[in-house]
Design a protein around this ligand. Structure first.
Ligand SMILES: Cc1cc2nc3c(=O)[nH]c(=O)nc-3n(C[C@H](O)[C@H](O)[C@H](O)COP(=O)(O)O)c2cc1C
Length: 210
């Protein structure tokens, strides 16, 4: 975390950013995946990801966490819900760092777009996001306040540049004291851009085979 922050403070950028797309639920695809869904119960992948200018990877078209979330959905046949903030995070990295720090300090709960249909139908929810100042971005906490996932299995994942899972597992347990929070996974954001084999290995260990 400290080394990330030190580097982040030094990072200077002039690139433009692209924004994430609208929040909505997408349904998993192939027949084999659907079959696997039925065997293991219904799965949802909830994630936040920020495309555009980011630390270590430059100006990316698809956010690091989105790449991981899409891979999980592809392998497991899960539905997906992308948390997209109503406010815009379309700004240079250096400005976003400051804004996110302020949101974290103030414990803000930024609104998000869209909704999940029938959250009750899901047995397992993968929850993923980047690490922003030591945990998930604040808008994800708005989602946690909006949907009760107690009683479900929650599988956390993060992309990061040095902090790993940071406080995400503890924060999820606080949000959902009677959920089963298991099998947490983290991967460097820049690694997710080029190689998702660790994601596949992690899924494989849980019985989700490609
Ligand atoms: C506002 C902001 C704060 C960040 N804070 C951290 C941090 O505390 N620790 C860390 O390892 N990485 C931090 N990062 C790096 C991101 O976690 C990393 O680049 C992540 O892969 C981005 O994923 P995304 O493209 O899905 O948004 C931060 C990035 C941003 C934009």
């Amino acid at each position: 975390m400290r080394s990330f922050l030190r580097s982040a403070a030094l990072a200077v950028s002039s690139l433009l950013m692209a924004t994430a797309c609208n929040g909505n639920t997408k349904t998993g695809t192939t027949e084999n995946q659907a079959e696997s869904n039925m065997k293991k119960g219904k799965i949802l992948v909830v994630y936040f990801s920020h495309a555009g200018e980011n630390y270590s990877v430059g100006n990316i078209k698809v956010g690091n966490t989105k790449l991981v979330a899409d891979e999980i959905a592809r392998v497991t046949g899960a539905d997906t819900f992308e948390i997209v903030a109503e406010k815009s995070y379309d700004m240079p990295y250096s400005a976003l760092i400051k804004l996110a720090r302020e949101e974290t300090r103030q414990g803000e709960l930024p609104a998000f777009k869209g909704s999940v249909e029938n959250i009750e139908q899901y047995d397992t929810v993968f929850i993923g996001g980047p690490i922003w100042w030591g945990t998930y971005p604040r808008v994800m906490f708005t989602f946690f306040k909006s949907y009760d996932l107690n009683g479900k299995t929650i599988i956390p994942f993060t992309t990061h540049e040095g902090s790993g899972l940071a406080n995400t597992v503890e924060d999820l347990k606080k949000s959902y004291p009677s959920a089963k929070v298991v099998n947490a996974f983290s991967i460097y954001g820049h690694e997710a851009q080029s190689d998702l084999s660790k994601v596949d290995e992690w899924l494989d260990k849980q019985g989700y085979t490609k």
